[in-house]
Design a protein. Structure first.
Length: 77
């Protein structure tokens, strides 16, 4: 079973980091969402060893009245 490493951060600090074991990336993302309190603007970096991590941003979804993770774009330096 893959081990997904993650970091939840806001612009100033890493707020939470850890490891989740799950069958799929989608299951790992769901498990993290259930156990962390993310706020709008927080970012989530998640991945497995040997591959670049995916970056998500917590955004408010007004049509659902809740927040959700959306893929974040990385800006070129």
């Amino acid at each position: 079973m893959p081990r997904f490493q993650f970091q939840l951060r806001n612009p100033k600090q890493v707020r939470q980091a850890g490891v989740v074991q799950s069958e799929s990336f989608s299951d790992a993302l769901s498990a993290i969402s259930e156990h962390v309190s993310a706020r709008e603007g927080d970012t989530l970096e998640i991945g497995v060893d040997g591959f670049p991590p995916a970056l998500y941003e917590c955004v408010w979804m007004p049509e659902r009245g809740t927040s959700d993770w959306m893929p974040a774009t990385r800006l070129a330096a």
